[in-house]
Every structure is written in C-alpha cells, then in structure tokens.
Design a protein around this ligand. Structure first.
Ligand SMILES: C[S@@+](CC[C@H](N)C(=O)[O-])C[C@H]1O[C@@H](n2cnc3c(N)ncnc32)[C@H](O)[C@@H]1O
Ligand SMILES: [Zn+2]
Ligand SMILES: [Zn+2]
Ligand SMILES: [Zn+2]
Length: 277
C-alpha cells in the first residue's frame, strides 16, 4: 500500500474566509438530506488497481473514467479518451497498490499548481485569479473547494444571497452519469453543490467567462462525491486571468442569476449563468 497523499497548498486568504484544502461538509442541520450527504462524504471508492507500472494501461488500471492524464514536459495533463459523453476523472486512490512515484493517474489529489495569484481584476471590478507563469493545455489549476451543501440548504442560501444582494459563490455541478458508472448504484443524474463563500480554497476567486480559458471536470479520488477540478482548456500565458464557464459551456441555457456579465467575450450571453437547481 502506498503512503497516503497529502495535499500541498500554500495559498491563503486575506480576510475572514477560512482557508480549506478540500471540500468540507456544511453544518449538520439534522435533515435526512444531510445524513445522505455525510454518508457519501465518508464513503471510500473501492475501485483500485494492482499495477506495477505507471498506471497508464486503461485495461489493467481501470477506474471507470472517461479521461486520463499523460506526462508532457514533466507535468501530468489531461489526455482525452473515447468517452466524451460523460467526461469525468477517477484517480488512483488509497486502496490502489501502485507505486505513487510511478503512478500517472494522480494529479488533483496533490493540490493546486504553483504561481497562482489573487488580484483586483479591472475587467470584473472585483477579485480574480491569475497565473504568473505559462500553463500548458490540459494542466490542472486547482479545485473549486468549499462547503458541500444539500439541495434544500443551497436553495435557502441562494434566497438569502438574492434578498441581501450578496456575492454568490455557490457552484452546482450537474453530472449526467453513464448508467454503468462504477461509483453509481442507480442514479443517473448527480448534483454536487459547493459553496466557498465562508470556507473555501483559492478556486473561489475564478470569475465566469462566456469564452473561458479553463474548464471544470468532476474528479474522484477516494470519495464518491467528486471534486470540482479546474483545468486549462488551452495554453495560457503568464499574467492571464483564469476563468471558466459557471454553467459549463455545453449548458448555454444556464439560468441567469440576474447579474450582468462583464466577461467582454465577443459572444457574451449578457448575464452570469447558474446551473438550474
Ligand atoms: C466565485 S466568485 C469570483 C470571485 C469574485 N470576483 C470575488 O471578488 O470574490 C463569483 C462572483 O464574482 C462575480 N463575477 C464572476 N464572474 C463575473 C462576470 N462574468 N461578470 C460579473 N461579475 C462576475 C460575481 O459577483 C459572482 O457572484
Ligand atoms: Zn493502476
Ligand atoms: Zn496508480
Ligand atoms: Zn459573458
């Protein structure tokens, strides 16, 4: 068995937001939805491998994923494979017997990349995240980590945000999951809701763009609840602001949250989209 991997994340917040390295549970509200969320949160994916090589063989190192990584100039970046319909990543986990020094199926579990910087974005007139070094296409940026919410709690918080004109950080990841997915019992649609408003990592500073340079993908490591992984969509140059499409570019019908979009893209949809919940 490999030694358990620790996330390396030296970033911090200025101010009163609690810095967390990965998703945490929302406070217990005693609801059945919370109990289900907690059960999932405390579960371990049992998919594991016994590879003695670098885990690049998709038959021997099968984790039921749609996408794997490949090493380019010393860095693991996304390598698309056939399953584009349900894109998701399942990394090797604590139960895998592979050697972590050789394994090429672990990236998000190591934590965010270096050279990220929170700055005052002139375009968005608020904080944003930029890179001080070039980033290759497919590279991992960071996780969008925060409190995991149940659907009723997310609806309650969104109403509170609307009523009090607060900044909305809630991100809803909708997964249309293949029926044979190894981490599913019966469900075909999975909803993961993350709120980094009070407790979050550096991912909370990425703004929305209708023509973004990053994309989000569900990434599972040990837990069946996916992490929201943010990856470079194409090569990104030093000093560029990093942004992604809040509703996923394929869901251009994303619901408006009523705020005008400042992204400035030629085909801007005019508002900040939210996925429907
Ligand atoms: C996840 S936070 C991003 C960081 C935020 N700019 C800050 O200062 O903390 C999301 C919020 O940023 C602002 N924002 C993000 N994308 C935007 C856009 N395209 N146009 C206008 N405001 C945006 C909105 O207030 C939105 O609710
Ligand atoms: Zn393996
Ligand atoms: Zn492995
Ligand atoms: Zn826009």
């Amino acid at each position: 068995m490999p030694a358990y991997i620790e996330i390396i994340d030296d970033y911090d917040h200025n101010g009163n937001v609690e810095y967390i390295l990965e998703n945490v549970l929302m406070p217990d509200d005693g609801s059945p939805e919370y109990r289900r969320l907690k059960d999932d949160y405390n579960s371990q994916l049992t998919l594991s491998c016994t590879c003695t090589d670098n885990c690049s063989n998709i038959v021997l190192c099968y984790h039921g994923d749609g996408i794997k990584y490949t090493r380019v100039k010393g860095e693991l970046v996304l390598l698309s494979s056939a399953d584009k319909q349900f894109p998701s990543i399942i990394e090797c986990n604590d139960l895998c017997e592979c050697r972590i020094t050789l394994c090429t199926n672990r990236r998000v579990q190591y934590g965010p990349r270096k050279n990220l910087e929170v700055f005052e974005s002139p375009l968005y007139k608020s904080k944003g995240l930029r890179t001080t070094a070039d980033i290759p296409s497919g590279a991992f940026i960071c996780e969008y980590a925060g409190e995991l919410l149940t659907l009723p709690e997310a609806r309650r918080r969104l109403e509170h945000i609307d009523k009090n004109c607060l900044v909305n950080y809630i991100l809803c990841l909708n997964e249309h999951v293949a029926p044979q997915s190894p981490y599913l019992v019966q469900k075909k649609l999975l909803l993961t809701i993350v709120d980094p408003a009070q407790r979050g990592n550096i991912g909370r500073y990425l703004n929305h763009s209708c023509q973004p340079n990053c994309e989000i993908l569900p990434v599972r490591t040990n837990c069946p609840i996916p992490k929201i992984g943010i990856f470079a969509k194409h090569d990104i140059y030093a000093n560029e602001e990093l942004c992604f499409h809040y509703a996923g570019e394929e869901h251009r019908d994303g619901m408006s949250n009523g705020k005008p979009c400042l992204c400035g893209a030629p085909h801007c949809i005019g508002f900040i989209p939210n996925s429907r919940i």
